[in-house]
Design a binder for this molecule. Structure first.
Ligand code: 3NM
Length: 220
């Protein structure tokens, strides 16, 4: 069975993304702290300069997946459909440069499918092709993604909500505990972050702050 929109919205609240090159210490320690702090979903994104490849990438993925399973945090794989299937991950997240969402949906069956979108057209197309949630960004400036577009603010999230679209949406790009409320107020169901947790002096504290910011938003 496909994930329900209601469950998806809960999972998106504090969505932590990490690859080995996004942290200064052992990624497993960072993720353990993030889990302790209250993340609701995890994405393995092994990308960019210095990223692990081949067997090393798979090995770290397995270790992270095991940690996530122990704490019942769904484990999503970025881009690498084959890896997601090999590990029986809970889902995949793809961008506009990857295979069309419909092709990925066909391959992964009922697993969670997230799609990054940057325009209204891309948003509607992703939903039509079977996305369970949309990732919209970069909301704020980010240096984490090497090919990130310019910060776009919350315009697209607001526009989709004004259209009456209820699809689960997560904001991404430069989000911190201090600006997370702005993203939620625009109509996002949650925030996804890399560095706000992965490079924090205390990942557990930073995650707690994000969790509080996301939940301090009035309903509706
Ligand atoms: N995708 P940080 S921005 C992975 O705009 C990613 O689609 C983006 O990292 C998009 O939380 C981004 O450190 C990087 O800014 C997010």
């Amino acid at each position: 069975m496909r994930v329900t929109a209601a469950r998806m919205r809960e999972l998106l609240k504090v969505y932590f993304i990490l690859g080995s090159n996004n942290c200064r210490k052992n990624p497993l320690e960072v993720i353990a702290e993030a889990i302790e702090g209250g993340i609701t979903l995890f994405q393995y994104r092994e990308k960019g300069s210095g990223a692990l490849v081949g067997e090393e990438k798979v090995k770290l993925a397995r270790a992270i997946q095991e940690l996530c399973q122990q704490h019942r945090i769904p484990f999503i794989v970025n881009d690498d459909i084959e890896l997601a299937l090999a590990l029986n991950a809970d889902g995949v997240h793809i961008g506009q440069e990857d295979a069309p969402a419909a092709v990925v949906r066909e391959k992964i069956g009922d697993k969670i499918l997230g799609v990054s979108v940057h325009t209204r057209e891309q948003a509607y197309e992703a939903i039509r092709q079977g996305a369970d949630y949309l990732g919209i960004g970069p909301i704020f400036a980010t240096t984490t993604k090497e090919d990130a577009k310019e910060a776009a603010g919350t315009t697209l999230i607001k526009a989709l909500r004004e259209d009456g679209l209820t699809v689960p949406i997560v904001g991404i790009g430069g989000i911190t505990p201090d600006n997370a409320r702005v993203v939620m107020a625009a109509g996002a169901d949650g925030v996804s972050v890399i560095t706000a947790i992965s490079l924090a002096d205390s990942p557990v504290q930073s995650t707690r702050k994000l969790y509080q910011a996301v939940h301090s938003q009035p309903e509706g």
